[in-house]
Design a binder for this molecule. Structure first.
Ligand SMILES: Nc1ncnc2c1ncn2[C@@H]1O[C@H](COP(=O)(O)OP(=O)(O)O)[C@@H](O)[C@H]1O
Ligand SMILES: [Mg+2]
Length: 323
């Protein structure tokens, strides 16, 4: 059974096609990240799953029920992207309100509220009004609210948005704890570094299309690129390696390491043999990985040839357009 499943899912808002045939599958116990720039369609996908907006075409199911089914809604916790909790509530009274809404009995709420607020790290301020909370505290309260009824599936739309680095780490740790307790987590993010650190699997959504999907390992491994380093004092025979037919280049800012790229149908073996024959000692051999950001940039560039890489890179890790 998969917790979330979509097949050729399409959503149109008037002339705008926000989702153009999205097929995804999230299994129980995973932390699954949906990654993409602002406007990619991430929030729309969540809204379709929860039945907040109606799909235009294709299929979407949640916990084996069609998207939006009322009976399933109680088994799902949801942190909306732009939640604006009324400032006159305290953290405690807001949790009590949502708990009652979800049908959690009063006695259980009295125990559950302090525990959950403790878990997200704001129990010390639970009787202060929300209008006195920082953005990070509001975000934690939003996550606590999503956990109130102990849902099987937790859907978080930009959970670490507006949270400082320490807070982000704590929220990631919290997700790890929830996963360990058997919850499935589906999150949206435009923060690549975050996703890389926490998710089991990710999908990269670009203009309503899933352009890449897989485990972080699968996506960040560049097949067939090795970084080699020899014992100090030895010279890497770059010309000879190139003559074997392998593209090779020195890597700046390393201890004389060289990058060797495999060609169709070949392994690194002939290179190792050549080095051994010359009496050279390999002290460093690593199959190269790229960051999720590199994968994202390459993917987006190949989807849109001619996009200025520097332009897109400005602002470093967040990939969002507007913020
Ligand atoms: N209610 C709406 N009406 C019209 N267009 C919308 C609506 N909600 C979202 N969109 C458009 O759909 C696209 C995807 O938006 P969204 O799902 O919010 O993306 P993301 O969450 O990845 O930033 C954007 O072009 C956005 O302007
Ligand atoms: Mg969004």
């Amino acid at each position: 059974m998969s917790v979330i499943e979509t097949a050729d899912l399409r959503k149109r808002y008037g002339p705008i096609e926000a989702l153009k045939g999205v097929s995804l599958r999230v299994e129980k116990g995973q932390i699954y990240g949906l990654l993409g720039q602002n406007g990619a369609g991430k929030t729309t996908l969540i809204k379709v799953l929860l039945g907040i907006v109606k799909l235009t075409d294709g299929r979407a199911s949640l916990l084996d029920a069609p998207a939006g089914a009322v009976e399933v809604r109680r088994r799902v916790g949801y942190l909306p992207e732009d939640h604006a909790f009324p400032g006159y509530h305290t953290g405690y009274s807001l949790m009590d309100y949502y708990g009652a809404l979800y049908g959690v009995p009063a006695a259980e709420r009295a125990k559950k509220i302090p525990d959950t607020l403790e878990l997200v790290g704001i129990a010390g301020r639970m009787h202060s009004k929300i209008k006195t909370y920082s953005k990070g505290m509001k975000q934690r309260l939003g996550i606590a609210q999503a956990l109130m009824h102990d849902p099987e599936l937790i859907i978080l739309d930009e959970p670490t948005d507006g949270v400082d680095p320490m807070g982000r780490k704590e929220i990631r740790d919290l997700m790890g704890q929830l996963k360990a307790k058997g919850h499935t987590i589906f999150l949206n993010s435009h923060l690549l570094g975050e996703v890389e650190l926490i998710c089991d699997r990710v999908a990269i959504l670009h203009k309503g299309v899933v352009v890449r999907e897989g485990t972080i390992d699968e996506l960040t491994k560049t097949k067939g690129t090795y970084v080699l380093g020899l014992m100090s004092g030895q010279t890497f025979p770059a010309d000879a390696v190139a003559q074997l037919g392998f593209p090779v280049r020195p890597l700046p800012d390393t201890a004389g390491h060289f990058e060797v790229t495999l060609v169709e149908g070949k392994t690194i073996e002939p290179v190792m043999k050549l080095l051994a024959e010359r009496g050279l000692t390999v002290v460093h051999i690593v199959e190269k990985k790229q960051s999720l950001e590199d994968v994202f940039m390459k993917t987006v560039e190949s989807a849109e040839p001619g996009v200025d890489r520097k332009q897109r890179r400005r602002g470093a890790r967040p990939v969002g357009g507007e913020n």
